[in-house]
Design a protein around this ligand. Structure first.
Ligand code: PLP
Length: 426
C-alpha cells in the first residue's frame, strides 16, 4: 500500500505489533545484549542485521530514518548528528583524497565552508557552478575524477530554486550521482528523487524538527544509481572493504542498500556523528505535523512577500513562490504547493535602515536560526557577516540591506503588522 505524503509524515517508519507502544519508543541504551559471542560476531561481520552499539545503529533512530526514507521515496536512510554531518558523509562516502566534486555555488554557508575549506584540506577538490548554469557550463565543470554533483532544492539564504532535472541529467551523463540538500523544501513540498536526484540530505534541525528543539541530519539514498556500471570510479562500493572482512557493499546489499550500509558501517563507525535517540524522538514529533506546518509556513510567507512587494518602503523582495520572482516558474514546476517559509527583502535606506528595522521588530525574534514554528529574522550585515564591508557583502551575494525573514506558523496578519510597525520605526 502506497500512502500519500501526509500519511507518511504521521505513520511512516514504525508499525507497532500487538501490545507494543503506540509512540516510537526511546531506546536510551548504548549497547545491546547477546546470548553468545558467535551470535554477536555475525552482526560485526554484517552477516545478520541487528543492534549491538548505538554509534552504529539504534532502533529509535532507525524508525525515524525509515519515516524520512518513505517520505522521500528512498530505498535506505540514516540519521546523523547534524545537517553538517549529513552533507559531509553524503559526499565523503563516494569521494576521497584526489577526487573532485561539482557543487552549486548557491548553498548554505556552512556547507560552502565544509567543501571549500575543510574537505579541500582533505584533498577533495570542488568546482562551484552557478545554480543557473546551462548544460554546457555544467559539462565544462566535470573532470575525469569527478565523483558527484551537489546542490540545494531551495538555497539557504539565496532562495534560488535548482533545476533538479537539468542537474540530474548532466550528472548522469558523466556517470556520477546528484546529491540534493532538500532542507528548505522538505519532502512535503518537493521530493528530489522523483526528479532524478540520487541521494537526498537534510538538516532536520530546520522544518523537520520545526520547534527549535534538536539539531540533527539525515541522508536518504534512492537506490537508483547503478554504482556497478562504474566499478573503478566507485571502488569503495564495488570492491571488497578490508575494514569489514572483505565485504563488497553492492554485492551483499544490492543497489538499494549499498550506499547507506557503507556510510553506516564505515563512516559512522569511524567518525561517530550519531544522532541521539532522544533527539530522534523529538524529530519524529516534528515530522508528525510537518505537512500541516509547511502549509502554514508557505501561506504566511506568501502573504508577507505579497505585502512587501506592494509596500513602497521596500526596495526589493525575493520569494520563489511569489509571481514575478526570478525563480517562480521553477518553483511552480518543482513545488506547486509551496516552497518554504523564508522570504528575503531589502529595506529602502540600506544597511542603516535595515538595522533600525531589526531593532523595531516585536514579534519576530532576532536569531541565526530559520525554519522554526516561531518567526525569526536575521540581518546578515549586522550579525553573521558583520565583519564585511558593503563591497565584500555584495561580492558574497548578501546585500547590506538584506533581511532574511523566516515566517513561522503564527497568524499572517500579526506578522505583517509587526513588519509594518518596524518599518514605521525607521
Ligand atoms: C542549517 C543547514 C545545514 C546545516 O545543518 P545543521 O543541522 O545546522 O548542521 C545544511 N543545509 C541547509 C540548507 C541548512 O539550512
Amino acid at each position: 500500500m502506497s500512502y500519500k505524503i501526509e500519511t507518511k509524515c504521521v505513520q511512516g517508519g514504525y508499525t507497532p505489533k500487538n501490545g507494543e507502544p503506540r509512540q516510537i519508543p526511546i531506546i536510551q541504551s548504548t549497547t545491546f545484549k547477546y546470548e553468545s559471542s558467535p551470535e554477536m560476531a555475525k552482526l560485526f561481520d554484517l552477516e545478520a542485521s541487528g543492534y549491538f552499539y548505538s554509534r552504529l545503529q539504534n532502533p529509535t533512530c532507525d524508525f525515524v530514518a525509515g519515516k524520512i526514507c518513505e517520505m522521500e521515496g528512498g530505498s535506505a536512510a540514516m540519521l546523523t548528528s547534524s545537517g553538517q554531518a549529513a552533507s559531509f558523509y553524503a559526499v565523503f562516502n563516494i569521494a576521497s583524497c584526489g577526487d573532485h566534486v561539482v557543487a552549486s555555488s548557491a548553498i548554505y554557508g556552512g556547507t560552502y565552508n565544509l567543501f571549500a575549506v575543510t574537505m579541500s584540506r582533505m584533498g577533495i577538490e570542488f568546482t562551484f557552478v552557478s545554480p543557473d548554469a546551462s548544460e554546457e557550463e555544467l559539462n565544462a565543470a566535470f573532470r575525469p575524477n569527478t565523483k558527484a554533483v551537489f546542490g540545494e532544492t531551495v538555497a539557504n539564504p539565496a532562495l534560488n530554486v535548482l533545476d533538479i532535472e537539468k542537474f540530474a541529467k548532466v550528472a548522469h551523463s558523466h556517470g556520477v550521482p546528484l546529491i540534493i540538500d532538500n532542507t528548505f523544501a522538505t519532502p512535503v513540498n518537493c521530493r528530489p528523487i522523483e526528479w532524478g536526484a540520487d541521494i537526498v540530505t537534510h538538516s532536520t534541525t530546520k522544518y523537520m524538527d520545526g520547534h527549535g528543539a534538536a539539531v540533527g541530519g539525515c541522508i536518504v539514498d534512492s537506490g537508483k544509481f547503478d554504482w556497478t556500471k562504474y566499478p573503478e570510479k566507485f571502488a569503495g562500493l564495488c570492491t571488497p572493504d578490508d575494514s569489514y572482512h572483505g565485504v563488497t557493499y553492492t554485492e551483499r546489499f544490492g543497489l538499494a542498500g549499498a550506499y547507506i550500509t557503507k556510510a553506516t558501517a564505515q563512516l559512522m563507525r569511524d567518525l561517530g556523528s550519531v544522532q541521539s535517540p532522544q533527539s530522534a524522538f523529538l524529530l519524529n514529533m516534528g515530522l508528525e505535523s510537518l505537512h500541516v506546518r509547511m502549509k502554514r509556513h508557505c501561506e504566511n510567507a506568501l502573504a508577507v512577500a505579497t505585502f512587501l512587494k506592494n509596500d513602497d518602503r521596500i526596495e526589493w523582495v525575493r520569494y520563489p513562490s511569489l509571481e514575478g520572482d526570478k525563480y517562480y516558474d521553477l518553483a511552480q514546476k518543482y513545488m506547486p504547493n509551496g516552497s518554504c517559509g523564508v522570504v528575503s527583502f531589502g529595506v529602502k535606506g540600506g544597511r542603516a535602515a535595515a538595522e533600525k528595522f531589526m531593532a523595531g521588530l516585536k514579534l519576530a525574534a532576532i536569531e541565526t536560526h530559520v525554519a522554526d514554528a516561531r518567526t525569526c529574522c536575521l540581518h546578515p550585515a549586522s550579525a553573521t557577516h558583520r565583519q564585511m564591508t558593503d563591497a565584500e557583502l555584495e561580492a558574497a551575494g548578501v546585500s547590506p540591506d538584506l533581511v532574511r525573514f523566516s515566517c513561522g506558523i503564527e497568524n499572517a496578519d500579526d506578522l505583517i503588522a509587526d513588519i509594518s510597525q518596524a518599518l514605521d520605526n525607521i
